[in-house]
Design a binder for this molecule. Structure first.
Ligand SMILES: [Zn+2]
Length: 215
């Protein structure tokens, strides 16, 4: 349990999250973002219900994620619908142990290699990264995970950049099209040190990202 995380402060932080990118109001953050609370304009042909399905289908993956990133990801998902691209968040925070298990996949355990990051080497452990998935059939309830349309995934980058997110598709070593993150120039070494110095608390890591975003 050396990497045990206390999630209680997350609830308080979610409740206090401000609309840092002007996308949602304070009262909507933390207890379900309703489509009609968004100020972003919907220009695509998707219906409100379809967009709402994508936002609702993202909520579980966004639990425990850095609140500013959460708001930006919901904004990204909404903006992508303007280009007829139905994406949802499907993976957010991972514990250090979960990351080690994932790293072993394709190396010491069966399956395909899906990450280059061991525990401590992924921004997912710091709640600063989220993976998206395309909804293969927006007319159905819930998200139908689809990985087949590469062209759709390639469009995430431009939309992510517009709202200040980094996209894994820009990486050289391990191109990761579904991945977006918000680290504000923080290095993994710095994040690990802040996390350890704070007694394995994400709160101080997020405070540092807050500070850098405000600078
Ligand atoms: Zn990722």
């Amino acid at each position: 349990m050396s990497h045990g995380q206390d999630y209680n402060f997350l609830r308080a932080q979610l409740a206090q999250a401000t609309d840092e990118v002007g996308a949602v109001g304070r009262k909507t953050v933390g207890d379900g973002v309703r489509f009609n609370a968004w100020k972003v304009s919907l220009e695509g042909s998707m219906t409100n219900d379809e967009v709402q399905t994508l936002l609702d289908g993202s909520e579980t993956a966004l639990i425990g994620v850095y609140p500013v990133l959460r708001v930006r990801v919901l904004t990204l998902i909404t903006n992508l619908t303007n280009e007829e691209l139905p994406f949802a968040a499907f993976m957010g925070i991972r514990t250090f142990t979960q990351q080690d298990v994932l790293w072993a996949q394709g190396r010491t355990t069966p399956g395909k290699i899906v990450t280059n990051a061991k525990g401590g080497e992924s921004w997912h452990q710091f709640g600063l990264a989220v993976d998206l998935v395309e909804d293969g059939d927006i007319s159905r309830t819930g998200i139908q995970w689809s990985w087949s349309d590469n062209a759709a995934y390639l469009k995430i980058g431009t939309a992510a950049r517009l709202i200040g997110l980094e996209w894994g598709g820009w990486w050289k070593a391990f191109v990761d099209y579904p991945h977006v993150q918000l680290v504000a120039g923080l290095s993994l070494a710095e994040a690990n040190k802040i996390y350890a110095d704070a007694g394995n608390s994400l709160e101080m890591v997020w405070a540092e990202v807050d500070r850098r975003l405000a600078a």
